[in-house]
Unconditional design. Structure first.
Length: 262
């Protein structure tokens, strides 16, 4: 049965988004953090809608993981507000290429975590939506997808040892199915040089951008995600239903998800 098309948006209507986060059914605390900053403008002169969407999955136990993810999203937002959002609202361009600003934001967050949360760490997936463009940057295994009407397109590659072995063709996806994927070679709070992955894409009018932690993608299938997103009446409803499905599948980890469309 074909899925319904994404409802048409009026010109200039901006972004639609929803979010949800939950500790799951096993862990006593939620070590995930998420952040949304969104601005649009109607007035003299054109300002493209700008949205910053961040999901982080803390590691290192309750205190370390919770503090690391919280610090990461706040520091990324602080850095980009000063270097990108305020110049954007003032009608000026950024003082550096956006890729560099995003890399610097993650480096700033990494420095803060190393100083303030010894032993703590966090994954981060960050989407900066500027007009019809999406600038994605991530470290760790929190993911970004485009949810098309008939399939999911994964936009990020996990910084995990299992994923690296798959990429090097040392393991097949089938062989890796039963192997834990939580050993990461990159995350904020790790010592050593940080190498975040960046890409720029267009945000299509007929697909949704989904950011999530492994508490979602590790519990439910891509087909369940697809059917839930396109079977919901709003992005907020879709996010809440996705969290519920992950809990019904066991809820073994904290669950966080953001859904963005235009």
């Amino acid at each position: 049965m074909p899925l319904p098309p994404l409802p048409a948006q009026p010109a200039g209507a901006g972004l639609r988004f929803g979010w949800a986060t939950d500790p799951g059914l096993v862990r006593p605390h939620n070590e995930d953090a998420l952040l949304i900053l969104y601005t649009t403008y109607e007035g003299i002169g054109e300002r493209m809608p700008l949205g910053l969407f961040v999901v982080a999955d803390g590691m290192g136990g309750h205190r370390g993981g919770e503090q690391a993810s919280d610090l990461a999203v706040r520091e990324i937002a602080r850095f980009l507000s000063a270097r990108l959002l305020i110049p954007h609202l003032a009608g000026r361009g950024p003082d550096h290429p956006i890729k560099e600003l995003l890399e610097e934001a993650l480096q700033a967050a990494n420095t803060q975590i190393l100083q303030a949360v010894p032993g703590g760490g966090t994954t981060v997936v960050c989407a900066l939506v500027l007009g019809e463009s999406v600038h994605l940057i991530h470290v760790g295994d929190s993911r970004a997808y485009l949810v098309w009407p008939d399939h999911l397109e994964r936009l990020t590659e996990d910084h995990s040892l299992v994923q690296r072995m798959i990429s090097l063709q040392e393991l097949s996806e089938e062989q890796a199915a039963g192997i834990p994927r939580n050993v990461l070679y990159q995350a904020l709070g790790h010592t050593g040089r940080l190498h975040p992955s960046y890409r720029r894409i267009a945000l299509p009018p007929d697909a949704w951008l989904l950011l999530c932690t492994d508490g979602l993608w590790g519990e439910i299938s891509e087909e369940q995600i697809l059917q839930t997103v396109w079977g919901s009446t709003s992005p907020q409803e879709a996010c809440q239903r996705l969290v519920r499905l992950a809990n019904e599948a066991g809820g073994h980890d904290n669950i966080s998800v953001i859904l963005v469309g235009r």
